[in-house]
Design a protein around this ligand. Structure first.
Ligand SMILES: [Zn+2]
Length: 379
């Protein structure tokens, strides 16, 4: 069964193209062809009505959505509900994200993600375990009772996911370069966050395989004149990816524009750090016994500490255009192609190109999502 997606503005690897038809078959992208191509004749035609067709968004930091928090009930049903909530905003690939919790909950979360992958729950690409190996001084809303150092005895727990990606956020200064090398050697993607690591500690971690930075600028030692620190290393070193929250609140847009001038754009990726309010109208939710309120689209605890976001990926893309001055193509790449590369999935996800999985989002002229496809299937 072949579909022919016609009459769209399609974000191809070479840029946005019009007047071409996208052929999809077997859940994969077959080709981008003129509408006169013979293969269009026996295909089911889908009229894109002149809208933007972009690669489906990939979000490596999703704590919750649709009123559900992954930490509350790390189950396949939670993952399904969270994925469905984010899909309405163009996310077709995501990592359910568990913030610092006890080891039993981490084990249950990994099991739930494995079950979700085995059951083909749409969009699940793996798990993000954020903490509990974080610096107490930069814990943010993470509960200090769960924080602990990372030692080799925990390696087997962290390696339990058989398929899909495991992303681990840790503070490099509370473990060792050797441990980071062991984790990356075991196939875990390691990202630095909630950290006061020095520049030297961070570069050493990158040399051992550290692959990314979790919500760059937030919950990190600030850039300082005599100690560039973790942020200085993230911007100076060209290898590792930076996850950024572009909601207009977590990081000043000027700071983000400065960051984008420091290194290749393909080393930045949009994350939502989304919480239960995404795709829901709930005014508050419980986070490990604390009430988090949503005021003007921002989630804070009773002390005013930011507690994730109510941001969806389509809004993040729009913010990149309106706040950072990026064009729609580059904003969409930061939400698809670049996170796919970060996850090591850049040969099958993140591009509209032959052989890639047909994970797609259709945006209207205001960059709101109107349709999505995962493996060629519309929801
Ligand atoms: Zn965090």
């Amino acid at each position: 069964m072949r579909s022919a997606l016609t009459n769209g503005r399609i974000l191809a690897p070479r840029g946005i193209v019009s007047g071409q038809t996208l052929l999809v078959s077997g859940g994969r992208i077959e080709a981008l062809v003129p509408s006169t191509d013979g293969r269009c004749r026996d295909a089911t035609v889908v009229d894109l009505c002149g809208r933007f067709l972009v690669p489906g968004f990939i979000d490596v930091q999703v704590n919750g959505g649709g009123g559900v928090l992954f930490n509350d009930e790390p189950s396949i049903d939670s993952i399904r509900a969270i994925g469905a909530a984010h899909r309405r905003f163009g996310t077709t690939g995501f990592l359910p994200t568990l913030i610092s919790d006890d080891l039993d909950t981490i084990a249950r979360a990994i099991l739930a993600v494995q079950s979700a992958i085995d059951a083909n729950v749409p969009g699940v690409l793996g798990i993000h375990i954020e903490g509990p190996f974080l610096n107490r001084a930069r814990r943010g809303v993470h509960d200090s009772k769960h924080l602990r150092p990372l030692d080799p005895s925990l390696l087997s727990l962290l390696c339990r996911l058989r398929t899909g990606r495991t992303l681990l956020t840790l503070a490099p200064e509370i473990t060792t370069p050797q441990m980071i090398a062991e984790l990356t050697g075991a196939g875990i993607l390691v990202s630095a966050g909630h950290s006061n690591a020095t520049f030297a500690e961070t570069i050493s971690a990158i040399n051992q395989g550290l692959r990314g930075f979790t919500h760059l600028f937030n919950a990190m030692a600030p850039l300082a004149p005599r100690e560039p620190g973790i942020i200085g290393a993230a911007l100076y070193d060209q290898r590792a990816w930076c996850g950024i929250i572009v909601d207009g609140h977590h990081v000043n847009p000027v700071i983000l524009q400065l960051a984008l001038r420091c290194k290749r754009h393909d080393r930045f990726m949009l994350v939502t750090d989304g919480m239960p309010p995404v795709g829901s109208t709930i005014p508050s939710f419980q986070l490990q016994g604390r009430t988090i309120r949503v005021v003007d689209g921002v989630c804070r605890d009773e002390h005013g500490t930011l507690a994730g976001t109510a941001l969806d990926m389509a809004a993040a893309v729009r913010n990149c255009i309106s706040l950072l001055g990026l064009d729609v193509a580059e904003a969409a790449r930061m939400a698809s192609e670049y996170p796919a590369e970060f996850l090591g999935l850049g040969s099958e996800l993140g591009l509209i190109a032959p052989g890639y999985r047909a994970n797609l989002a259709l945006l209207d002229d205001t960059f709101k999502v109107v349709r999505t496809w995962i493996n060629g299937r519309e929801d």
